[in-house]
Design a protein around this ligand. Structure first.
Ligand code: H79
Length: 472
C-alpha cells in the first residue's frame, strides 16, 4: 500500500474505530465535528422502530424528490403567484377553472418520470396561495372536481400510481389563502383579491384543518404534508399543534414539514430550505439556523419559476442539478427538484430531459448518494463528502465528491492519512502526502470524471499485513 504510515501505533490501535469516530464526529477537527455532530440520535438511531422514526430514516435515505407546482395558474403561464403579481381580483381569477381541462394528464407517466430521475418521492401542490384546490374537497366547490370541465381528482390518480410504483407522495398545502373569505385578518400578500374587509379566522382554521383531514384520510398512505405560506400571517393563531397532531394520528408514518423560514416548531419532522442549500441564504429569507435535530430538505426550481412559466427558459443544466443534489447530500439534506406542468397536464420537455439526465447520473453513481449521510468532511472548496455506514460486515465508506472540475490536489483532514482512496470504479489507489498536519491528495487528470469525480475512501485494514479490500 502506497500511503505513508505516519503513526503506526495509532494506525494499529483500531483503524475502524478511528473511522467510526471520524464518521460520528468524535476524533476530527472542530469544523468537521460540528458537521458530524448534527446527526442526532433521533434521526439515525436504528433502534427506534416507531413509524415516525422509520419514516424519518427513509426520508434521509431517499435523497431526491420531484416537486410539482400545478394549478389553474398554469393556464396563464406566468408562475403560481400570477394572481397576486398581476393584481387579478377573485371575480376575474375564478374564470380560470371553467377553462382548465388537463386531458393529457397521465399520473402513471408522471410517476414513471420521477422514477426515471431517481426520485423516491413526489411532493405536489394540493392547494397553492390562490386557494384553488387540486383535490376533491367536500369543504369547498372551488376545486378541480366541482369547478372544472375535467371533473376528476388528479391527486387520487397520482396517489394510486405512486402506491403502485413504490413512490411516496407528499402534499404541499398553502396555509395562506388569497380567496377564502375567512382568511382575515389578512396577511402580507393577496391585497388585490377584492375581498370584503371581514372574516372569521377561527372558521378559516377549521376549513384548512378539515382539508388536511381530507388529505390524510382519502388518499391511502401518504409520505407527509408540506406546508407553506405561514409567513404571510406569522402572528395569527394557526393551531399548528392541533394540525400536526391530527396528521400524526391519522397517518403515523407521515412526515410534517413547514416552509415557514423560521426555526422548526414542535411536531415538525424535517426542516425546509427554499432555493438555498442549508446554511446558505442567497434567497434572503433563509435566515433560520440549520437544526441538528431534524432531517433537512432543500427545494429548488429547475428554471426560475415554480408554476409553469412559458417564457422562463433559464433552466439549470443537468450538471448544475447534480451539483445541487450533492451539495444537499453533503449537508445532510434532500433535494426536492421542481417541475411546473403545463395546463394540459404534460411536463415541459426541458424538465423531462433534465430529470432523465439526473436519473442517468444516479443510475451510475447512486450508491454514493442514496442511503448515505453527510460525510465527515464539511462542504469545502473542492466539493462535499457523503458516508455510508458499514452494514453486514462491510467496511464503512466515505465518498469524496470532487465537484471542482480542475482540482489537481485536494486537502483532506489528517485522519485520512492512512485511508485507501480510489476513484469510483477504478481500483488504483491515489497518492496521499502528509504536509503540516494536513493530507494532500493528488488527483491526476486521468482520475477525474465529468460532473463529479467520486473518490471512495476506506479506512486501513486493522493489521499491517492485511490487504484492504476496496468496496467498489
Ligand atoms: O410554492 C413556491 C412559492 O410559490 C412559495 N414557496 C415555493 C415553494 C413562495 N412564496 N413566496 N415565496 C416563495 C418567496 C418568499 C417570500 C418571502 Fe416574504 C420572503 C416570505 C417571507 C419573506 C414576501 C415577503 C412574502 C412575505 C414577505
Amino acid at each position: 500500500m502506497s500511503t505513508p504510515r505516519r503513526d503506526e501505533t495509532r494506525g494499529r490501535r483500531s483503524a475502524v474505530g478511528l473511522f467510526l469516530a471520524l464518521l460520528f464526529g468524535l476524533a476530527i477537527s472542530p469544523a468537521a465535528r460540528g458537521q458530524a455532530a448534527g446527526e442526532s440520535s433521533r434521526t439515525t438511531d436504528q433502534g427506534d422502530r416507531t413509524p415516525n422514526a422509520i419514516a424519518r430514516r427513509w426520508f434521509q435515505d431517499a435523497k431526491l424528490g420531484m416537486f410539482v407546482h400545478w394549478g389553474v395558474y398554469s393556464l396563464l403561464g406566468k408562475g403560481e403567484w400570477v394572481m397576486n403579481n398581476d393584481k387579478i381580483p377573485i371575480a376575474e381569477y375564478q374564470k380560470l377553472p371553467p377553462t382548465f381541462n388537463p386531458t393529457k394528464f397521465d399520473a402513471e407517466a408522471w410517476v414513471k418520470l420521477a422514477k426515471s430521475a431517481g426520485a423516491r418521492y413526489i411532493t405536489i401542490t394540493t392547494k397553492h396561495h390562490d386557494g384553488f384546490c387540486m383535490f376533491d374537497s367536500k369543504l369547498t366547490d372551488y376545486d378541480i372536481v366541482d369547478a372544472t370541465p375535467y371533473g376528476k381528482d388528479p391527486i387520487k390518480a397520482l396517489a394510486d400510481a405512486c402506491h403502485k410504483n413504490g413512490i411516496k407522495l407528499f402534499f404541499y398545502y398553502s396555509l395562506l389563502d388569497w380567496r377564502h373569505p375567512d382568511y382575515y385578518p389578512r396577511g402580507k400578500t393577496g391585497q388585490h383579491a377584492g375581498r370584503e374587509e371581514k372574516g372569521d379566522w377561527k372558521k378559516y382554521v377549521e376549513y384548512y384543518q378539515g382539508q388536511v383531514r381530507e388529505l390524510c384520510a382519502n388518499y391511502g398512505e401518504i409520505g407527509g404534508l408540506w406546508f407553506d405560506g405561514w409567513w404571510d400571517n406569522p402572528d395569527a393563531d394557526w393551531d399548528l399543534e392541533g394540525t400536526y397532531k391530527l396528521i400524526h394520528e391519522l397517518q403515523p408514518g407521515a412526515l410534517v414539514g413547514n416552509n415557514h423560514h423560521v426555526a422548526p416548531f414542535p411536531g415538525e419532522d424535517f426542516q425546509i430550505f427554499e432555493q438555498d442549500l442549508p446554511g446558505k441564504n442567497s434567497a434572503g429569507f433563509n435566515k433560520a439556523e440549520v437544526t441538528a435535530e431534524l432531517p433537512l430538505e432543500t427545494c429548488l426550481t429547475m428554471n426560475r419559476s415554480w408554476g409553469y412559466n412559458a417564457t422562463d427558459d433559464a433552466f439549470k443544466s443537468v450538471e448544475e442539478i447534480v451539483h445541487a443534489l450533492l451539495g444537499a447530500a453533503g449537508r445532510g439534506a434532500n433535494l426536492l427538484l421542481n417541475v411546473g406542468p403545463k395546463p394540459d397536464g404534460t411536463i415541459p420537455a426541458e424538465s423531462v430531459e433534465r430529470l432523465q439526465g439526473v436519473g442517468r447520473w444516479l443510475e451510475a453513481n447512486g450508491k454514493t448518494v442514496y442511503e448515505t449521510r453527510r460525510g465527515p468532511i464539511p462542504p469545502t472548496d473542492w466539493g462535499v463528502s457523503t458516508a455510508r455506514e458499514g452494514r453486514g460486515g462491510e467496511a464503512p465508506t466515505v465518498y469524496l465528491h470532487v465537484l471542482k472540475a480542475d482540482a489537481a490536489e485536494i486537502e483532506l483532514p489528517e485522519e485520512f492519512a492512512k485511508f485507501l482512496v480510489m476513484p469510483l470504479g477504478k481500483p488504483s489507489p491515489l497518492k496521499l502526502e502528509t504536509k503540516a498536519g494536513a493530507v494532500q491528495l493528488v488527483l491526476p487528470a486521468d482520475a477525474r470524471t465529468p460532473v463529479d469525480t467520486i473518490l471512495v475512501a476506506t479506512p486501513p485494514a486493522p493489521t499491517d499485513d492485511a490487504v484492504p479490500v476496496p468496496l467498489e
